[in-house]
Design a protein around this ligand. Structure first.
Ligand code: PEP
Ligand code: MN
Length: 279
């Protein structure tokens, strides 16, 4: 058996959009097709009422993926760690009630069964991009995996992390550019937009952008989202909250729900300028 098969690599000379692997999150949600897919929701699941408010807004504007974390990887052990099992239950209730696919993070191998029972797509966060046992474990289930770039990962390291999942037997990997650490504290991370077309040259995997963690600043999320669509991302992951200033996690970057919805027409305009649509 080959020791370096590079399953993520795009065959030479194939850079067309229709040669991107399509990852199906739900029967009608495909990442890597013509449409740029919106995923939105609060950083953390906080309450039923919070999720209800978000779900109603998403459904009312045609967004079909809710992203919210039940398990949160926090830099400080004194920060809110997520509602954990209780949060998963709340996500399950939302899924039963609304036509929304659920994207949520799994932090460790022992959580995988419980998270996979609710999630339509498993998120592997930045801090876990190098957690090789977790990568192998999500490679052994057939749920789509949204793999975030590590805080300081090169693109090669990012793709090797994807390779772990593919090699373990799960072809449904979505790459997520979420910025890398830089010397400048004015943004939370440095949004590496050039990684999007570069990754799409290097790999057949779909690439989405997280303008929330990559900027860390509410006022930057809207322009960064437009730029991400313009540069060719296959989806956006945007943190949004009914009362952003009261968010228990990542308040500074959370968009109010009305700003999230008012962003959509301009994203449609940008998408159509490059022959795509928003979904
Ligand atoms: C998140 O998506 O809420 C998160 C913790 O992101 P990242 O892993 O990119 O820091
Ligand atoms: Mn967050």
């Amino acid at each position: 058996m080959s020791t370096s098969s590079y399953l993520y690599q795009r065959p030479a000379g194939t850079t067309q959009l229709n040669e991107t692997t399509q990852v199906r999150i739900a029967s009608d949600i495909v990442i890597g097709g013509d449409a740029v897919v919106m995923m939105a929701g609060p950083c953390a699941v906080e309450s039923e009422a919070q999720l209800e408010a978000v779900a109603q807004t998403l459904v009312s504007v045609g967004i079909r993926c809710m992203r919210a974390g039940a398990y949160k990887p926090r830099t400080s052990p004194y920060s809110f760690q997520g509602l954990r099992e209780e949060g998963l239950k709340m996500l399950g209730n939302i899924k039963a009630k609304y036509p929304l696919a659920i994207v949520t993070e799994v932090l460790s191998v022992d959580q995988l069964d419980a998270v996979a029972a609710v999630a339509d797509c498993l998120q592997i966060g930045s801090r876990n991009m190098h957690n090789f046992e977790l990568l192998k474990a999500v490679g052994s289930v057939q749920k789509p995996v949204l793999l975030k770039r590590g805080l300081a990962a090169t693109l090669e390291e990012f793709l090797f992390a994807a390779e772990y999942i593919l090699k373990a037997g799960n072809p449904n990997v979505i790459l997520c550019e979420r910025g890398v650490r830089s010397f400048d504290p004015w943004t939370r991370n440095l949004l590496d937009l050039a990684s999007v077309p570069l990754l799409k040259e290097m790999t057949h995997l779909p690439v989405i952008v997280d303008p929330s963690h990559s900027t860390g600043k509410r006022s930057l999320v809207v322009p960064a989202s437009r730029a991400a669509v313009a540069i060719g991302c296959d989806g956006l992951l945007i943190e949004s909250h009914p009362t952003p200033d009261k968010a228990l996690c990542d308040a500074a970057q959370a968009l109010p729900l009305d700003v999230l919805t008012s962003l959509l027409p301009s994203l449609n305009t940008v998408a159509s300028a490059i022959g795509r649509s928003m979904s």
